[in-house]
Design a protein around this ligand. Structure first.
Ligand code: SF4
Length: 443
């Protein structure tokens, strides 16, 4: 990557952008939302916004929300870099720029990559079935922007998008309808105007700016970011707000699990330049691609009922979860969190797994999944029991008794005589239930 020191103190676009930002800032009270991915373009943008706020001092009252997206499957070193820079910004802003707040948004536990892939059995994404972008990137970021827009009536969304990035992006940017201030309404987020202050900057101008303005106003140096670019050999994944964003699933920083790309060049770059410890992650991603193509690991029907490769079978999902735990132990880093495991268990239970096998598997790998919260087993069991009881028109108590047998009394059938004893107990519960129903139905 070319990275040279300019012999001028500002580039021509820089002064114009600064003036434009200042003008826009002072024009009204509309809050700003700055989409920040930790990549060079959004860093250059955020840095100028931050500088302006510091310059304005006590006149800077407009709320500025920095939103960054954590898909929970980011490449670990990118995730660490983003988390560290967000906490530095937050800490600095608390004291020096209190109108600025930071939001690191994540998908809901029931909508994460793992819950969908391992819990519901979605196949790893492809170009034609890229289910993940909406669930793990677009929705979480949009939810918070929509909340802010609702709270204040409208919002100005600042993006580090540049026309020079690609010709298709440039065409899209040109095609957008702009108002007389050069802003355009977001085509999907109500009451959000889009402002792209560095649209005209070239790649070199961005690097040049970052090099001359190092450290950032919040105190951290850009060295770690430069190192990431050097390792990954260029490219970045911006905050994705709609499906038109081309870099999601391209050969850029993105999810380490991304099976849309043929080769994950950034991950290969990280490994080749010293982060050998991430190799098991790359291998796991490759394995997912292989397993996706194995008919025996897929249901023979789609969820729609159509004949064709459907979701992963329950056995395949168990195999994937086990492989993920193995990778976790190899890289010594948590790759899936407790709430996701509870959601996965919930989906498996709905498909007939009455023995909490996801949680048992977790335990085997030293993961004690905490109970409690929205996705506690108690809550999930209650919901599931109520659904089954209404579907089969039986009392919830009988389902609870049957669950008790398989879950508590006979957690394993390995012991001699356990299977006939379980059959006998099940027969007893069913007979009792039938007798009671008869008594209740008697005239
Ligand atoms: S980077 Fe790949 S896995 Fe991640 S959201 Fe985009 S398409 Fe999906």
């Amino acid at each position: 990557m070319l990275f040279r020191i300019s012999d001028v103190t500002t580039n021509s676009n820089e002064s114009a952008t600064h003036a434009r930002l200042r003008d826009e800032y002072l024009r009204d009270d509309r809050p700003w939302v700055v989409a920040y991915s930790g990549g060079k373009d959004s860093t250059a943008l955020l840095q100028q916004v931050y500088k302006l706020v510091l310059e304005l001092g006590s006149r800077a009252g407009k709320p500025i929300h920095i939103i960054a997206s954590d898909t929970k499957v980011e490449a670990p070193i990118v995730e660490d870099y983003l988390a560290a820079s967000l906490s530095a910004i937050e800490l600095h802003a608390r004291e020096h720029a209190p109108s600025i707040s930071v939001h690191h948004v994540q998908p809901e536990p029931d909508q994460t990559f793992w819950t969908n892939l391992i819990g519901r059995g979605y196949p790893p994404p492809t170009r034609s079935f890229r289910w993940c972008t909406t669930k793990i990137k677009i929705r979480p970021a949009r939810r918070i922007i929509e909340d802010i827009a609702k709270r204040y009536g409208s919002v100005l969304l600042l993006l580090g998008t540049r026309s020079a990035e690609s010709s298709s992006r440039s065409q899209r940017m040109e095609a957008r309808e702009t108002n007389d201030r050069g802003l355009n309404p977001h085509h999907e987020i109500p009451n959000a105007l889009v402002f792209t202050p560095i649209a005209e900057w070239s790649n070199d101008e961005v690097w040049d700016y970052l090099f001359r303005n190092n450290p950032a106003p919040w105190g951290t140096r850009h060295d770690d970011m430069l190192e990431l670019y050097r390792q990954a050999n260029g490219g970045e994944c911006p905050v994705v707000l709609d499906l038109n964003t081309p870099s999601c699933g391209g050969s850029r920083f993105g999810c380490w699990t991304c099976t849309v790309v043929r080769q994950d060049r950034s991950m290969q770059g990280f490994i080749a330049t010293g982060d050998e410890w991430m190799r098991p992650l790359a291998e796991f991603r490759d394995t997912l691609k292989v397993w996706r193509e194995r008919p025996e690991m897929r249901e023979s029907k789609r969820r729609s009922g159509e004949i064709g490769p459907g979701p992963f079978t329950l056995a395949a999902r168990q195999q994937i979860l086990e492989a993920l735990f193995q990778v976790e132990s190899e890289v010594r880093r948590k790759l899936i969190d407790d709430e996701e495991l509870q959601c996965i268990q919930y989906h498996w239970q709905r498909e007939g797994d009455a023995t909490q096998s996801a949680l048992r598997l977790a335990k085997r790998y030293g993961r004690i999944v905490s109970e409690g919260g929205q996705f506690s087993m108690d809550n999930l069991n209650r919901e599931l029991i109520a659904e089954l009881a209404s579907e089969y028109e039986i009392q919830e108590a009988w389902i609870e008794e049957l669950l008790y047998l398989v879950d508590q009394k006979y957690p394993t059938l390995a012991q001699r005589g356990a299977r006939p004893a379980l059959n006998e107990d099940v027969r007893f519960v069913v007979e009792k239930a039938v007798q009671q129903e008869d008594i209740a139905a008697a005239p």
